[in-house]
Design a protein around this ligand. Sequence first.
Ligand SMILES: [Zn+2]
Ligand SMILES: [Zn+2]
Length: 166
Amino acid sequence: MNCPACNKEMVEKDFGGVAVDVCENGCKGIWFDWFELMKLDEKNEGMGNALKEALKSPRTNNEDREKLKCPKCGIPMHIHQYRNSKEVNVDECYACAGFFLDSGELRQIRDSFMSEEQVDAYAKSLIDDMPEYAKAKEELEKQKQRIAAINKYTKFLRVSYYITRK
Ligand SMILES: [Zn+2]
Ligand SMILES: [Zn+2]
């Protein structure tokens, strides 16, 4: 699969039990496959070397970039800010539900864990921003699941996780 941002061939990596595609020879962006992410369960923990490397990669900013196309479906992806962070723009495909993070964004996301209520409010705000999806209840459900999965996924990346589980 080629990187949606720079078109280089992506390399599959194991991020603590989840297979992701990393643009190792290019922009260092990361592609998360929805079905991969859903395989993750609460017990899945630990941080592989690939993930450690990804957390080290520097933050890039491509604000002027045109909409990326989904590397799986080929359709333009939607861009939205992750929660209230202006610096983190998640590119996501509404067809396959996969999403792309630029280099350094994963590190920024891990510090913003959301409660269930916050997930609900955030998912709703995303839908409100997109009139074409406003009527699609299933889209709202999908968003909620996606955010919950990201929450779950980034949980073990936070220092507090290791402190509190002892
Ligand atoms: Zn790339
Ligand atoms: Zn797609």
